[in-house]
Design a protein around this ligand. Structure first.
Ligand code: NAD
Length: 495
């Protein structure tokens, strides 16, 4: 059985804690590997490696850092298919989707390749006579990233390229459920030529997370995961004096106005609700059908569901793969019955679908006439269950979102430019799509939600990522009067 080890100080490190857990292939239900779960001492060893690498790395020239980042970018691109294969093998998402994940991760490396421009700081000449004031941004030191199972390659790439570009060294604690892809990415990073200790990976669970949150040598923690853990990480990390950004769960609404292109809206709802088996933090989980479009929209979604091909992610015809674990699949499936019991209309029941073998498959479900008091609406299900809420008006749809505790993404489908513009102002969410169901910002903007979708005030990657991983220093400098110079400059004072 393959064992997935830590990656510390540029090489593999076996797990000595005596604790481990299985990693499954969700398409077969079989164990694919075993992953060690770090002890606090093993976390400390990774932090120590990062700390000793910091002094040299933080003073490495921008030119040298840029060159390494380009090399890393090229290696990730060259190995995209292998990374995607690992993603499919342990997460279950279909290969094309896995390749998309790598592509979105690459965007973040490419952004970090511009580090010289990103770290320019700012300058005022002659703030007072002979006085210049300028601000530089310096690295924080050793920083940590804690990431979820659903984007095992992309979410780490949201974090460490920018962090390292800024001169920090990094300890990554990926999800223990699918650790092979981030492990490969770390190996490629070392192969690119980054010095040992600049990026370290420790596999683990709560024990490792807790130690990262309390280790005094960790300056900042970047977290992505579910809301309860995001809140915990934020509260614990900040109480220990660390800078923390903690992105949480979501319940993303897609509002469809009566004038929308129903085919476009239905195509978008199906791909955004069921793609990656609904295990995306930007998945559409609620369609809000406004006015009289609801019947046509539900029919159009149902027609598309009937054609959806569910199967192993490594089969080219599959459009949706299995869920991450058997327990999660069963929990998601249970919501269909709960929704029916609460009064929702089950238009498509994913539990009726049958699959060969023991993979963690579930058919997709469509629930209509869902209301805000139902648990299928209130809870993050994180699976292929799409709820349709019917609203009488645009105003009611916006109010519904405002009352929802999450605020990651929101989308509107309409042909009316005025309504779309109003929605971008009204939507109570951090990321808004206009006729775009999953508005994940490109790498040169920043990603983050509002309300229970983000604890802290800084979004992930892009300009806010650079801000998060650096601290500002403002310098006020008084220069000698040129008249006192030993060299005769031939000019009046401070001209
Ligand atoms: P999770 O919260 O269970 O795990 C995230 C990380 O926290 C993992 O590394 C895990 O090892 C660690 N962890 C788990 N339980 C812990 C505990 N009790 N104490 C300390 N650490 C713990 O999330 P997940 O199931 O891996 O991922 C799915 C969740 O992540 C969903 O809620 C999804 O919406 C969210 N997510 C959010 C975003 C975003 O950008 N907002 C992106 C991706 C995923």
């Amino acid at each position: 059985m393959k064992t997935i080890e830590h990656f510390v100080n540029g090489s593999s490190a076996s797990c000595e804690s005596g604790r481990s857990q299985p990693v499954f292939n969700p398409a077969t239900g079989e164990q694919a590997a075993e992953v060690g779960l770090a002890s606090a001492a093993e976390v400390d060893a990774a932090v120590a490696a990062a700390k000793s690498a910091f002094e040299q790395w933080s003073t490495t020239s921008l030119a040298a850092r840029t060159k390494l980042m380009f090399a890393f970018r090229n290696l990730v691109e060259a190995n995209a298919s292998e990374i995607a294969t690992r993603l499919t093998a342990e997460h279950g998402k279909v290969h094309s989707d896995a390749l998309g994940e790598v592509a979105r991760g690459l965007e973040n490396i490419e952004y970090a390749c511009g580090l010289a421009d990103l770290l320019k700081g700012s300058f005022n000449s002659q703030a007072s006579s002979g006085v210049d004031v300028y601000t530089v941004r310096q690295p924080l030191g050793v920083v940590a990233g804690i990431t979820p199972f659903n984007f095992p390659a992309m979410v780490p790439l949201w974090m460490f390229p920018n962090a390292v570009a800024c001169g920090n060294t990094f300890v990554l604690k990926p999800s223990e459920r699918d650790p092979s892809a981030p492990r490969l990415v770390a190996e490629l990073f070392a192969e690119a030529g980054f010095p040992p200790g600049v990026l370290n990976v420790v596999n683990g669970d709560k024990v490792a997370v807790d130690r990262l949150l309390n280790n005094p040598d960790i300056a900042a923690v970047s977290f992505v995961g579910s809301t309860p853990i995001a809140r915990y990480v934020y509260e614990t990390g900040t109480a220990a004096g660390k800078r923390v950004q903690a992105l949480g769960g979501a319940k993303n609404h897609m509002v469809v106005l009566p004038d929308a292109d129903i085919d476009l809206a239905a195509d978008s709802a199906v791909s955004a609700a069921y793609g990656s088996a609904g295990e995306r933090c930007m998945a559409v989980s609620v369609v809000v059908a406004v006015g009289d479009c609801a019947d046509a929209l539900v029919d159009a979604i149902k027609v598309r569901i009937d054609k959806l091909r569910i199967g192993p992610g490594n089969e080219p015809d599959s459009e949706m793969g299995p869920l991450i674990t058997r327990e999660h699949r069963d929990r998601v499936a249970s919501y269909v019955g709960v929704g029916a019991g609460e009064g929702a209309t089950v238009v498509v029941d994913g539990r009726d679908a049958t699959f060969d073998g023991d993979g963690f498959f579930l058919g997709v479900s469509l629930l209509d006439h869902v209301t805000a008091d139902m648990s299928v609406y209130r809870d993050e299900i994180f699976g292929p269950v799409l709820c349709v809420v019917r609203a009488d008006s645009y105003h009611q749809a916006v109010e519904l979102m405002a009352q929802n505790p999450w605020g990651n993404g929101a989308a509107i489908f309409t042909r009316d430019g005025g309504a779309a513009r109003q929605f971008q102002l009204d939507a109570d969410a951090g990321m808004v799509g206009i006729n775009v169901p999953i508005p994940v910002p490109v790498g040169y903007h920043s990603f983050g939600g509002w309300k229970n979708s983000l604890f802290g005030d800084t979004h992930m990657y892009g300009p806010e990522g650079i801000h998060f991983f650096t601290k500002a220093k403002a310098i006020t400098a008084r220069w000698p009067d040129p008249a006192d110079s030993s060299v005769d400059l031939g000019f009046p004072r401070n001209r």
